[in-house]
Design a binder for this molecule. Structure first.
Ligand SMILES: Cc1cc2nc3c(=O)[nH]c(=O)nc-3n(C[C@H](O)[C@H](O)[C@H](O)COP(=O)(O)O)c2cc1C
Length: 194
């Protein structure tokens, strides 16, 4: 295995979240999506439970997800709180994407592994996807707003009672991808014992 450490360092540090409103509508080839998904499958996980489950929406699937989400917003929002921009955004974020991968966690039947560890494993798997996307010059954005944690979405996705949806990974191309972010220095977050 040849690992180009400098390229890896750059890939990890240059990966950014680009909001789907900045996507240009261009489509990603499904074979690249499969490469990204394949990489997701190699994330570390305790007990080899492999708890990540993905629901991929593309083409007409995007309309189905957008309509479901916007209709649910209408249903669950009292009239005085309803905001038409939010309603529109619920559709356009999805429809501007090439693919939306809905991120799910399948709870292990025996529940031997702690739930928090299953969620951690899914997060590792999603990071594999975000980095893979960046390597293909594809923009990604993990969004967990809106209807992510609703029972209605779980039902729409066919999830079990103890499974969870953890958000959407929006994927697409952009003419104006986000390049900037900030982090506080790693030295402020590390205690090192020798
Ligand atoms: C679990 C998770 C959920 C997120 N949910 C949202 C969200 O709902 N809305 C949002 O604006 N960004 C969300 N983000 C993306 C962050 O905003 C983004 O990662 C952060 O701004 C840092 O930018 P960068 O990824 O370009 O470094 C989420 C990220 C993670 C890991």
């Amino acid at each position: 295995m040849i690992v180009f450490t400098e390229q890896l360092n750059e890939l990890i540090r240059a990966r950014r979240s680009t909001k789907p409103r900045l996507f240009n509508g261009n489509k990603i080839d499904d074979h690249i999506i499969w490469q990204i998904l394949e990489n997701s499958n190699w994330a570390p996980n305790n007990g080899l439970t492999q708890p990540w489950r993905y629901k991929v929406f593309s083409e007409l699937g995007l309309n189905k997800l957008a309509d479901f989400q916007a209709n649910l917003y209408i249903k669950n929002t009292p009239e005085e709180k309803f905001r038409s921009e939010k309603y529109e955004r619920m559709k356009t974020n999805i429809l501007k994407s090439s693919h939306v991968i809905v991120i799910c966690m399948k709870r292990q039947k025996s529940e031997k592994i702690l739930e928090i560890e299953e969620i951690e494993a899914v997060a590792c798997s999603v990071q594999n996807m975000a980095l893979s996307a960046a390597a293909y010059k594809i923009c990604s954005f993990w969004g967990s707003g809106g209807i992510t944690y609703t029972e209605e979405l779980k039902e729409f996705l066919g999830l079990g009672e103890k499974d969870h949806c953890l958000g959407y990974l929006y994927l697409g191309y952009s003419d104006n991808p986000t390049t900037k972010s900030r982090r506080d220095p790693i030295k402020d977050k590390v205690e090192w014992f020798r």
